[in-house]
Ligand binder design. Structure first.
Ligand SMILES: [Zn+2]
Length: 85
């Protein structure tokens, strides 16, 4: 589920799609420097910054949080080959 708009940074936006594709809920809260939050719904969450110093690194951190979530089943076809494109 995605609540709110798109992220301005392409790398982060792709990571949010990645989270979304893994059944995470992405919620835009737009409070200060925090763009929003992504949650698996069963305990894991990761903050999304609106203006990360390094969008690529921030995107990776979001993907990492999704990857290490033990609660939702990741599609086996997903790979990292498109990361950072
Ligand atoms: Zn989780």
């Amino acid at each position: 589920m995605r609540i709110g708009g798109r992220h301005a940074k392409k790398e982060v936006e792709e990571a949010l799609d990645y989270a979304h594709n893994h059944n995470w809920t992405v919620t835009q809260t737009a409070a200060g420097h925090r763009w929003g939050v992504a949650r698996c719904g069963q305990g894991c969450s990761v903050s999304i910054w609106s203006t990360p110093q390094n969008p690529g690194n921030h995107a990776k951190a979001i993907r990492r949080a999704v990857d290490k979530c033990p609660h939702v089943t990741a599609p086996e076809t997903e790979d990292d080959s498109h990361a950072g494109v």
